[in-house]
Design a protein around this ligand. Structure first.
Ligand code: HEM
Length: 525
């Protein structure tokens, strides 16, 4: 035991010296940095609060402008709090700003450098990205529309039956879609044992990825301590083994089902088809597929809950949306389908989707990118090796770009007159409207699937239901009540869903005879 303590003390002392040296050399060499709030302590630098960190970052943007410096330990983090700086650095110089900060516990030990979201920028990332581009781009995403339509129809049935569980219902929808898209695996509830296992892995990851949680991330030389006397490394490797076993079993299950013609085309079957040509190992392919659930499930569910919150708070928007959807769907005939919902037919719906993503950004704090080259911006020199982050909250709620930013106003995304209304982006991101899906080369590869999920569910909800706060008073909605996770969710809140007519309720029931969900529920009862 004494030996272990000695080894630890020595390691900590060495680290402290390295940090000290790095700090001193940086403070003298890197003079041309943007200003920023003074560090709280000389040793640890600036502290970003763990509760709603994006609100503090926004406060500092107001104080210091579109770019400011935070010192975190011995490295710099530059915060790009306005569209202009984010665009210039994250998009225009993305060749130099697409790496991720090192994550020893979450990225190297638990994920074995195979989780897309935290993968360093390099050959493996490029390979994963190419595969994801081919299998998730707009054209490929269109092939998954029937899955999304089917699951949205089921979600409407559940919203009608158990409206108070709407946040769970969205979770189920998002999990069902991502599992079918990835593995052609069908779930009936979020209590499916596979989902439970995946979520356990994700909650461990979410714990260890938090800045400062692991001593290994704070003091990297500790990684060199032998595994026998290194409890953090042992923990990381144990979590890796559990996660990889799970991912590999799903990967192998698809391979077996393809052999017996029992698998619909899905992400994994498509990757396996071209595996040798692409040069992907089983371990890489299974991890790539496994990381889609974490990236795409929670985010989508949160977007749907944010829409409901907005409709409770801004009822006139829902009425306008209902009018538009009724106009294209022809009364009580059937629920909206993707064919009814192009931007030309339903510009207001598309503007509502954009406003949902802007009004309460899901990835509110943004994701850090690390610089692989020195980057110049407005005469400042941001040194290679430091990180940049563009908090979506600061950019999306910037009152210069979005007047009255806390008001949910889809019209900001519309242009033209009554006859020919079109959806417009901002100057910052003309094609995609908002920053919700991130920046540059690291932009979310799942955005086409995510947008389709929002479009079909928002249209279906507007067609089926009146949605309101149970008190009937929009002022009772606390629209700032969100958790502090990287992908932030509204805290549980109340909303009332009422079918707009018995005829529409019947359509939902009839359509769910076709999905099989009606019979499944009847069998369960
Ligand atoms: C509304 C839903 C979603 C939102 C708001 C969202 C947002 C984001 C954001 C902000 C990033 C980081 C971008 C950056 O670093 O600048 C990201 C990355 C990623 N997203 Fe999404 N996402 C959503 C849905 C999805 C879906 C459905 C999938 C999969 C089908 C997905 C897969 C990924 C992956 C794999 C990455 C990592 C990309 C990389 O690091 O190169 N996302 N997403």
């Amino acid at each position: 035991m004494t030996d272990i303590r000695l080894a630890l003390s020595a390691a900590v002392a060495v680290v402290a010296l390295i940090v000290l040296r790095a700090l001193v050399s940086r403070s003298t060499s890197a003079r041309n940095l943007p200003p920023g709030p003074p560090p709280e302590s000389w040793f640890t630098g600036n502290r970003i609060p763990s509760t709603h960190p994006w609100r503090t970052l926004e406060k500092w943007t107001r104080q210091f402008g579109d770019i400011y410096t935070l010192r975190i330990g011995s490295t710099y983090l530059f915060v790009l709090g306005q569209a202009s700086s984010a665009h210039q650095i994250m998009d225009k110089q993305s060749g130099s700003s697409s790496d991720r900060p090192r994550q020893i516990m979450a990225g190297e030990l638990i994920s074995d450098n195979r989780r897309m979201l935290i993968l360093p920028y390099g050959a493996r990332w490029r390979l994963f990205r190419k595969v994801m581009h081919e299998t998730l781009q707009d054209k490929a995403a269109k092939l998954y529309e029937p899955i999304q339509q089917h699951e949205a129809t089921i979600a409407m049935l559940h919203l009608g039956r158990t409206p108070d569980r709407f946040q769970q219902i969205f979770k189920r929808y998002a999990a069902a879609v991502i599992m079918q898209v990835t593995y052609d695996y069908h779930i009936t509830s979020v209590d499916d044992p596979l989902i439970k296992n995946v979520e356990e892995c994700l909650s461990d990851l979410a714990y260890w990825i938090r800045p400062g949680t692991s001593l290994l991330d704070r003091y990297p030389p500790l990684l060199f301590l032998p595994t026998l006397i290194n409890p953090w490394k042992r923990k990381g490797l144990e979590l890796r083994a559990r996660e990889q076993k799970l991912f590999m079993s799903q990967w192998n299950a698809v391979r077996s089902r393809v052999k017996t013609n029992q698998c619909q085309p899905c992400f994994v079957s498509k990757v396996q088809e071209r595996q040798h040509e692409l040069g992907i190992t089983d371990a890489e392919g299974s991890s790539m597929a496994g990381s889609l659930f974490g990236a795409g499930s929670d985010t989508t569910a949160s977007g749907l809950a944010i829409f409901v919150m907005a409709m409770c708070k801004f009822p006139t928007v829902l009425r306008k949306l209902q009018e538009e959807i009724d106009g294209v769907c022809g009364g009580d005939r059937c629920m909206p389908t993707f064919a009814d919902l192009s931007p030309e037919q339903t510009p207001y719906l598309h503007a509502v989707v954009q406003e949902t993503l802007r009004w309460r950004p899901i990835s509110a704090g943004g994701f850090q990118h690390k610089l692989t080259q020195d980057v110049e911006y407005r005469g400042f020199l941001l040194p290679k090796g430091s990180s940049v982050v563009a908090p979506h909250w600061s950019i999306s709620l910037d009152e210069n770009e979005y007047p009255d930013p806390h008001v949910f106003r889809p019209e900001r995304f519309l242009q033209g007159d009554e006859g020919e209304v079109k959806v417009k982006g901002t100057w910052f991101a003309a094609q995609r409207g908002s920053v919700a899906f991130g920046f540059g080369r690291r932009i979310c590869p799942g955005l086409h699937i995510a947008m389709r999920s929002l479009i079909i569910n928002l249209a279906a909800m507007a067609w089926c239901f009146d949605i309101a706060h149970p008190s009937g008073n929009p002022d009772n909605v606390d629209d700032l009540a969100f958790n502090s996770a990287a992908n932030s969710h509204p805290l549980p809140f109340e909303a009332k869903f009422t079918f707009r007519s018995p005829a529409r309720e019947k359509v939902v029931h009839d359509e769910n005879r076709a999905t099989g969900e009606f019979a499944r529920l009847a069998n369960q009862a």
